[in-house]
Design a protein around this ligand. Structure first.
Ligand code: IPE
Ligand code: IPE
Ligand code: MG
Length: 247
């Protein structure tokens, strides 16, 4: 495990983008209108993260459990994903964003799957910001698929081996995990990787999450003492341990 000095700006921020439906309902709009606004909020958030020196952003866009929503909302979200890829990928590519989609792809349509693959290929050489979009993702799914991989290859099940088999093995664990929309729960996001993330809950509905809200989260993060099991006294003298896997 690498060690790093404490930083005021988190290297990796993860966000549960919650509250789109309530944003729309408050305005007597269909829920999918809230999801459309949510895409705009994400686009602004990506730019704000880059300008603040955040290197990795991981967002929860569609959970394994979200299939249980009304059929028209699910199909609206699938269409929105395809449409957003077509609209957003050129500027993400131009701005140095490397896109990854994290989650079970077998359940997605051929069209959506092809769109994800094209977007990843188009941005693979970028290095300014890694953007992981968790789509049809669940923390339990991830741990189970990683365990299946290890079992199939006959590898010993250690924390490190499991860690490397997880869908987010290409990035270090999140330093800061934000949930918008006022709910105080994890909802099956990053169950393994959030072991030592600092948690921040914002009452703002995701479409309203702006630069000031991001700065507030970063400021709260900077004020926290990350002890990783040690005592405060130990941190004063030494460097801060980190759960980071890779740069
Ligand atoms: C989060 O917003 C986006 C998805 C889960 C797809 P919601 O749609 O959950 O919004 P609320 O929580 O109903 O307001
Ligand atoms: C979590 O939000 C999933 C996403 C933001 C994609 P939900 O709205 O699905 O979570 P619950 O159902 O309130 O726990
Ligand atoms: Mg919700």
């Amino acid at each position: 495990m690498a060690t790093s000095s404490p930083s005021t700006v988190p290297h990796h921020v993860a966000i549960v983008m919650d509250g789109n439906g309530r944003w729309a309902t408050k305005r007597f709009l269909p829920r999918v209108a809230g999801h459309q606004q949510g895409v705009g909020a994400l686009s602004r958030c990506v730019k704000a993260c880059m300008s603040r020196g955040i290197a990795v952003l991981t967002v929860f866009a569609f959970s394994s459990e979200n299939w249980n929503r009304p059929a028209e909302e699910v199909s609206g979200l699938m269409e929105l994903l395809a449409l957003s890829l077509a609209r957003e990928v050129p500027s993400l590519k131009a701005n140095g964003v490397q896109l990854h989609f994290v989650g079970e792809r077998q359940q997605l349509s051929d069209k959506v799957r092809a769109g994800l693959e094209q977007a990843e290929a188009a941005t693979a050489d970028n290095h300014r910001l890694v953007l992981n979009v968790c789509f049809n993702y669940g923390g339990r799914w991830d741990i189970a698929q990683a365990a299946r991989k290890l079992a199939a290859s006959g590898q010993e099940i250690t924390e490190m081996a499991l860690d490397r088999a997880l869908a987010l093995a290409h990035v270090p664990d999140p330093d800061l995990l934000i949930r918008t929309g006022g709910e105080l729960r994890i909802s099956n996001f990053l169950l393994w990787q959030a072991a030592y993330s600092e948690l921040h809950f914002s009452d703002k509905l995701w479409p309203d999450f702006d630069e000031a809200a991001l700065d507030e989260a970063i400021a709260v993060y900077a004020s926290r003492e990350r002890r990783f099991g040690k005592t405060s006294g130990q941190l004063v003298t030494g460097t801060q341990p980190s759960t980071e896997k890779a740069a």
